[in-house]
Design a protein around this ligand. Structure first.
Ligand code: XBP
Ligand code: MG
Length: 248
């Protein structure tokens, strides 16, 4: 029986990467007087690395103009980037993905417990929740609580311990293959609401995958019967969960 929903943040609650984190990194580079700029396609490739700091370190490793002491500069740039990201969110440039608020409300009305399980920094989540007026999460596990980032299952293992529930009583909502892999490694069933950068990504291991919670079109297995992904739809997928996308 489903007792709790675990929500990813970046890409799932909102399309934060292209117009949020990427832009904030570029502002940090600029503020530091660095000529580096991450264009959209390059940032998409860098998303294979989870964690903003880790992503930056990976990029710096391939830059001949990066200093020998990568790590200190990367930490400073990431600190600046987090500040710029907060400014971007505060001025309303990032909005919730369609269908998110409605599904959270469905689950709250049904008495399900809900929590945040993310690899992003806590301040990013606090800013997004405050700017969007979203509440009702029992707890938030972020990069500070679960430093081993997705696809490592640590954040989900910690969430199960905190909820004191078996994985079979929980469902996660994710947008990326790394998120799905982390869930799979923790045994947590997961629905993949693909974000822009992962529109065509592999969905193996997900209970269902589709283009967003706002629609029942384009989902596999089929969603519905309502016009959006709602609680009855999640329960329908869970009931048939012996067949995930690999078995389709
Ligand atoms: C996505 C991430 C994060 C963000 C950037 O997290 O990998 O690292 O891209 O945030 P999730 P930070 O999808 O689990 O929410 O710079 O704070 O790491
Ligand atoms: Mg995500």
């Amino acid at each position: 029986m489903l007792r709790a929903l675990l929500w990813d943040v970046d890409g799932t609650l909102a399309e934060t990467e292209r117009d949020g984190h990427r832009v904030a990194f570029n502002l940090a580079f600029d503020e530091f007087g660095l000529p580096w700029r991450w264009h959209e396609a390059h940032y998409g490739r860098l998303l294979a690395v989870t964690g903003g700091l880790e992503r930056l370190l990976q990029d710096m490793a391939s830059r001949p103009d990066a200093p020998a002491d990568h790590e200190a500069l990367a930490r400073e740039l990431h600190r600046l980037k987090t500040r710029h990201y907060a400014d971007i969110v505060r001025r309303g440039a990032i909005t919730l993905r369609r269908g998110v608020r409605e599904l959270i409300a469905d689950c709250a009305a049904a008495g399900l417990r809900q929590a945040i399980t993310t690899t992003t920094s806590r301040q990013n989540v606090e800013e997004l929740l405050s700017a969007s007026g979203l509440s009702g999460f029992e707890f938030m596990l972020c990069a500070d609580s679960a430093p081993r980032k997705k696809p490592d299952p640590q954040v989900f293992q910690m969430a199960l311990a905190r909820l004191a529930l078996p994985a079979s009583a929980v469902l996660a909502v994710e947008d990326s293959p790394a998120g799905v892999a982390a869930c799979a490694a923790a045994g947590v069933p997961v629905v993949l609401a693909r974000s822009a950068y992962f529109a065509d990504a592999e969905a193996a291991g997900a209970l269902a995958a589709g283009p967003g919670l706002h629609t029942t079109e384009g989902w596999r297995p089929a969603a519905g019967p309502g016009p959006r992904i709602d609680l009855p739809c999640l329960l329908k997928w869970l009931t048939g969960s012996d067949r995930d996308l690999r078995g389709q």
